[in-house]
Design a protein around this ligand. Structure first.
Ligand SMILES: Cc1cc2nc3c(=O)[nH]c(=O)nc-3n(C[C@H](O)[C@H](O)[C@H](O)COP(=O)(O)OP(=O)(O)OC[C@H]3O[C@@H](n4cnc5c(N)ncnc54)[C@H](O)[C@@H]3O)c2cc1C
Length: 296
């Protein structure tokens, strides 16, 4: 299924993001997580791709195995920085051969230990490569940043480049994690002003570990509200309390986003089911009243 076709009809999308496991133990955990979350009938699942192609084979094998085992729509992430055009085209050919119809086209970041020059400076170069070689065989998703990408001089400038990605062939976007809905509402207003009208799936990162989330947030420039950070820091050595605060916060945030009328939720699961499950359970009446499966 092409995700853009599903979204074009105004359907609410529910999806999960996984990373490709490194070993058998990780693989077992991934498949147990998928099995626990299958009950909510995801629209699609996605598999991340390591910087500079470092997980090229693992991402491909994970995508293939999930697709074969569960017959789900699987969207591989693909980054282009520090890689050769020929290698990316060879990988896209392999995805076509196993029936993949969706790609999340990203720039990625330069691997610090192995910086290289490649054909790609920005994600738009990858989008153009896909369109030039495969026309509409892949439905292309892109990343977007409600607080602005950390390298962009302003949110407005970042939105200008998002618009260029859409004009080049991106059909929907998934947000970076964010914890203040007002950032998303402002972002949507600016998109409207710029005439950018594509489905935007909310990247939901439930906080389950304070030290880890601080590190992730620093890396991608997401702001953790002060009162939430204070609450979490007070219990940071009590994992169960951090989990409880994080999940409760995500439920409230998602509920407000549902009332606002967002196009879907994309859960950053980190290959663990519990937080995602609790959030969906708490909101399932609202979520499922919006989903195609439930409407029919
Ligand atoms: C949903 C999601 C999934 C992700 N998955 C992965 C993953 O699997 N693997 C991974 O390594 N990373 C992943 N990332 C992280 C992503 O690779 C980084 O955020 C990266 O720094 C930017 O990627 P991009 O595709 O948004 O880049 P771009 O859209 O190219 O933007 C990067 C920066 O360049 C600027 N820019 C764009 N075009 C121009 C131009 N013409 N002139 C000047 N400036 C310009 C933008 O404003 C922005 O500041 C993901 C991010 C998100 C939100």
């Amino acid at each position: 299924m092409k995700i853009c076709e599903y979204l074009k009809e105004g359907n609410f999308s529910l999806s999960y993001e996984f990373f490709p496991p490194k070993d058998e133990k990780g693989k077992k955990q991934l498949f147990e997580t998928i099995e626990e979350l299958l009950v909510y009938k995801p629209t699609f699942v996605s598999v991340t791709y390591g910087a500079g192609g470092s997980t090229r084979d693992r991402t491909f094998n994970t995508v293939k195995e999930i697709k074969e085992k569960y017959n789900l729509t699987v969207m591989p992430h693909l980054t282009c920085v520090a890689q050769q055009k020929e290698d990316i085209l060879a990988l896209l050919d392999k995805y076509r051969q196993i029936g993949i119809e969706n790609i999340l086209a990203l720039r990625g970041d330069q691997p610090k230990d192995n910086p290289q020059q490649g054909f790609c400076k920005y994600a738009i170069d990858l989008i153009r490569l896909i369109k030039d070689n495969y026309k509409d065989q892949f439905c292309i998703g892109v990343a977007c940043y409600p607080e602005g990408h950390q390298e962009a001089p302003s949110l407005e400038e970042d939105i200008k480049h998002l618009k260029e990605k859409i004009e080049a062939g991106g059909k929907f976007a998934i947000t970076q994690m964010f914890f203040r809905n007002e950032d998303f509402f402002r972002f949507k207003e600016l998109l409207q002003k710029e005439g950018v009208d594509i489905p935007i799936l909310i990247g939901v990162m439930p906080i389950t570990n304070f030290k880890q989330i601080k590190k992730f947030a620093d890396l991608c420039g997401a702001t953790i509200p002060l009162d939430l950070a204070k609450k979490l820091s007070e219990v940071q050595d009590k994992p169960e309390e951090v989990f409880k605060i994080g999940v409760e916060y995500a439920i409230k945030q998602c509920e407000e986003l549902l009332d606002y009328g967002v196009d879907g939720f994309h859960f950053y699961t980190l290959n663990k089911p519990q937080a995602t499950k609790e959030i969906i359970e708490a909101l399932k009446d609202k979520i499922f009243s919006l989903r195609r499966e439930e409407k029919n």
